[in-house]
Ligand binder design. Structure first.
Ligand code: DX5
Ligand code: ZN
Length: 228
């Protein structure tokens, strides 16, 4: 599947769960390409979000690419259930995968693209062994577990280093940034190398969601030099 970069990926963690379909429809109207689904188990991160049935419900409201982010222990045990729920991509945390290479193979064997996520305190070098196997590297720009947190500033340097690593290895993965992305920083985040921008609160807490998506997308494109 080809996407127009940069990609804005609204995180439905921040949506109004009593009006999930309506919130997603506002994303559909704004031609959102990806929807980010944050799965939290209360063990890997200190919060519990939602499971496969919720992802399935969200997927029934959209044709957008379902970008599932597993912030859970033992992710291998749940890959099949999120595949069945309609996930298009599954991103696992490097910190939760003692057999990361095999986990990525497992996701690929189910016909999905595979991502690996790094917490703010995890070295970029930990993904070097799989850098040519993954389709996406997700840099957490907040400590995982909650929406509405502030962007961690040294993410910019990590973005630059990861871009260099990608070039040095001749790798083709997308770089995703997740957490604290908003109207004030999205242009700089894309300028420093992000291809996919996750935004939860910045999208779903806005008074006018379609207008906010448009503004975020515009600023992201400016950062990529796509428009003046
Ligand atoms: C945090 C999640 C993020 C979060 C983003 O653990 O991985 O995707 O939902 O939410 P905001 O954009 O509100 O920081
Ligand atoms: Zn996420």
């Amino acid at each position: 599947m080809d996407f127009t970069l940069p990609i804005l990926a609204p995180s439905i963690l921040a949506s109004d769960y009593t009006r999930l379909g309506e919130d997603i429809e506002k994303c559909n109207q704004s031609e959102v390409q990806w929807l980010h689904c944050d799965i939290m188990d209360g063990h890997f991160v200190p919060n519990i979000s939602y499971g496969p049935k919720f992802v399935e419900a969200a997927g029934s409201c959209t044709d957008a690419f379902l970008d599932v982010h597993l912030m859970i222990e033992n992710p291998d045990q749940y890959i099949e259930r999120f595949v069945d729920a309609g996930a298009d991509q599954i991103t696992v945390h490097q910190e939760a995968c003692p057999h990361l290479h095999r986990t990525i193979q497992n996701i690929h064997n189910h016909g999905l693209t595979a991502g690996v996520a790094l917490n703010p305190g995890t070295s970029l070098q930990t993904v070097e062994p799989v850098i040519n196997d993954v389709d996406l590297v997700l840099l957490m720009s907040v400590n995982p577990g909650f929406g509405g947190q502030s962007f961690i500033e040294n993410t910019y340097q990590r973005l630059q280093k990861l871009s260099v690593m990608r070039d040095e290895h001749g790798a083709g993965f997308l770089i995703e940034v997740d957490g604290g992305v908003n109207l004030d920083n999205i242009q700089k985040v894309t300028k420093y190398g992000a291809d996919v921008l996750v935004a939860g609160s910045a999208v779903f807490k806005a008074k006018n969601i379609p207008e906010r998506i448009k503004n975020l997308t515009q600023k992201a494109k400016v950062g990529k030099g796509k428009i003046a």
